[in-house]
Design a binder for this molecule. Structure first.
Ligand code: NAD
Length: 266
């Protein structure tokens, strides 16, 4: 008894890509409540980013919005530099930004393919590289964490479930799954933990067309044994735990946070 219990991410700085809406925004709010200072990355949705910063500040948290296209090397480098200048360190990266540009194979344009691969696969590579350089330079700060840094990829159940009509997206997430495992192996000797969360169906803008109609919602629910569509905070609670020392011996893992969607073939 006696000492006030420290929040699980107290004293740590997290950079979350695509945090102006949906899952990224949910992770930002949750990690701020758990004591982290939060860098909210956005590309086009400045209002959403500012609203997220304000929501965090209203609860007494600390946050900052930084604009960068995750697929643009120079912008990513500048973002990490600005984040470091603002908060002095970076301890956690959440590679969350992602898009869909759906079409059947025969109708898919090269632009649709490249845009999704650039945002969903090259973006996480560029951010992981910038974060790892930073974590290695910083080393372990014993007062805040047992690891030198943590990287969490927000992948998808479609990193293992094929998804006809979405070859660009499913391929990008399959690539993310291998990137995570390879980086977990490569970075473990540097005390950097790397893991993925693979969400099932979570109610956000990316799949609004699917859950906003009664038929779409019913179809979604038919694929979820747990019987409800997920909310961003379902992912955020797991992300905050995974980033904390409670998960200090977890690296190279994929957590399917999907209400059981991956238990049956689709
Ligand atoms: P969302 O559309 O609300 O969030 C995606 C965010 O990424 C947006 O804020 C968008 O502005 C941002 N973004 C897009 N391109 C960017 C770029 N080039 N640079 C920086 N930011 C960019 O949807 P969401 O569901 O919250 O998606 C978040 C992640 O979760 C994505 O990687 C998505 O693939 C993954 N995911 C979502 C679901 C789901 O059911 N919602 C399921 C599996 C995986």
């Amino acid at each position: 008894m006696g000492e006030k219990q420290q929040k699980r991410l107290q004293g740590q700085v997290v950079l979350i890509t695509g945090a102006s809406s949906g899952i990224g925004q949910g992770i930002a709010l949750r990690m701020a409540q758990d004591g982290a200072k939060v860098v909210i990355n956005y590309n086009s949705d400045e209002d959403g980013a500012q609203a997220t910063v304000e929501a965090i500040e209203k609860e007494g948290g600390v946050a900052l919005a930084l604009k960068a296209d995750v697929g643009n090397e120079a912008q990513v480098e500048q973002m990490f530099k600005d984040a470091k200048d603002a908060y002095g360190s970076i301890d956690i990266l959440v590679n969350n930004a992602g898009i869909q540009k759906d079409a059947s194979l025969v109708d898919m344009t090269l632009e649709q393919w490249q845009k999704v691969i650039n945002t969903n696969l090259t973006g996480p590579f560029l951010c992981a590289r910038a974060a790892a350089r930073e974590f290695m330079a910083q080393g372990i700060k014993k007062e805040v964490s047992r690891a030198a840094g943590k990287i969490i990829f927000i992948s998808s159940v479609h990193d293992i479930i094929p998804w006809g009509g979405h070859v660009n997206y499913a391929t990008s997430k399959g690539g993310v799954a291998m990137m995570m495992k390879t980086l977990a192996q490569e970075l473990a000797p540097h005390q950097i933990r790397v893991n993925s969360i693979s969400p099932g169906a979570i109610k956000t803008d990316i799949n609004k067309e699917d859950w906003s109609s009664p038929e779409g919602k019913e179809k979604m629910l038919s694929q979820i044994p747990y019987g409800r569509i997920g909310e961003p905070d379902d992912i955020a609670r797991v992300a905050s735990w995974l980033a904390s020392d409670e998960a200090d011996y977890v690296t190279g893992a994929t957590l399917y946070v999907d209400g059981g969607m991956t238990l049956y073939p689709s």
